[in-house]
Ligand binder design. Sequence first.
Ligand SMILES: [Zn+2]
Length: 396
Amino acid sequence: MKLSHLLLFLVFIAPLASALDTHSAAVKSKSNDCKWPALSIEKNFEGGAFAHCLQLSATEYQLDIHPENTPINPSPWYGVKVSPNANTDVNIKIDYSEFSHKHRYWPKASVDGKQWYPLPENSVVVSNDKQSVWLHLGKTNKPVWIAAQPILSNADYDEWLKQIGKGNDSVSIKSVSLSVGKRPINQLSFIEDTSNPYFVILGRQHPPELTGAFALQAFVDRISQSDELATAFRRKFNVLVYPNINPDGVALGYWRHNLNGVDLNRDWKHFKQPETKAVIQAIEQQVAPSKLLTMIDFHSTNKDVFYTQRDSDYGKFANFTRQWFEQINHQQSAIAFTREASRRPENTTSKTYFFNTYGIPATTYELNDTSTPANVKIAGTVSAETFMKWWLTNTN
Ligand SMILES: [Zn+2]
C-alpha cells in the first residue's frame, strides 16, 4: 500500500469501519430477550407489544414500536411489563421512528394489570417531532404494566360475558366461528322471542380503540339490567352483540388489522376475512332482512362523533338517528357528540354495508381516545337509555 493510500485509509476508511462496527453492535443488542441486571421488560401477555428492546445506559431503556404491517392507520399501540430486580431508577424511551409514526396515546400504567391510571404529566416527555416519548417512572422495585390504553383482553371479555349471562334466561353466549388465529368470535344475544325485531351491535374491529370498547360494554350492561325500561325493551326486541371481532389483534397488541394484516372494517362487502364472515353469516342465519332495525359499530378516534347517513337517505326509521343523537346530547352528560352524516355507497365499512343491504340507519359510534373511563361509562349508559326509549316509543 502506498503511503498516500495508507493515510487515506487511516483518515477516512478506518473511522468509517469502526463507526459501522459500533452501529452493528447497537443493532445486535436489540432483541426480544429484554433481561438486564437491573430489570426485565416483557410483552408475553395479551396486549403486550413492542418490536425490540435496547439498553441505552444504566437506567435508560428503549423500546422500538412497529406496526403489524403497512400501510396502516396511525394508531401506534405499545404494551409492556417492567419488572425491576431491585430498587432502581426506570426510564423508558418508546420509539416510533423506525416507521416514522407519531406518539398518539397517553401512557396508562397499572400495578396489577387490571386497574389502570394515566401516567402523571411530569413523568412523560414527548419529543418535538412526536416520534418518541420518554417515560420517567422514578425509583421503583415493583412490577408495572405500561400500555397505550387500559388493556381489555380476550380473558376480560370472557369474564364480562359470564357476568352478563348470570341469572338472565334470555341471554346466551356462543362462539359463532374462529378468527385467523383460532380464537373464538363470540356472540352475546338477548332473545326472548325469535319473531321479535333485532338490533346488531359490533365492537373492537380495531384493537387500540378502547374508549369505544368500554362504551359498548356500558351500553350492553345497561340493556341487560332488570329495571322496567330494560325489561320492557328486551321483551319487545332482540339484540345480537359481537363485542370483540378482532380477538387476534387484541391479544397481539395490533394497531388495526387482523392476523392476515387486513383492516376488518374495510371487509364489509366481500367478506374475505373469517372474522367478518363469521359475524355476517351468524346475523343472516338468525335475522330475516325485514326484522333488522339498526346497527351500531363502536370505535374510537380523536373526537366524540357519530358517523351516520344523511337524514334524507333514510326510508325506514327516518327520525331515529337525528332524534337519538339529540336526546343523548340533551342529557348534558359529560360527553357531547357531534354528528357527521354522509352517504358513500362504495365504502366497505360495516356502516355502509348495513345501510346498503337493509336500508336501515347504521351508525359508527366513535369515542374520543382521551375520554375518561368515567365519562365513557356515562356516555354508553345514556346512549343505551335513550336508544331503548326511542325504539319502545316509536315502534308498534
Ligand atoms: Zn375504528
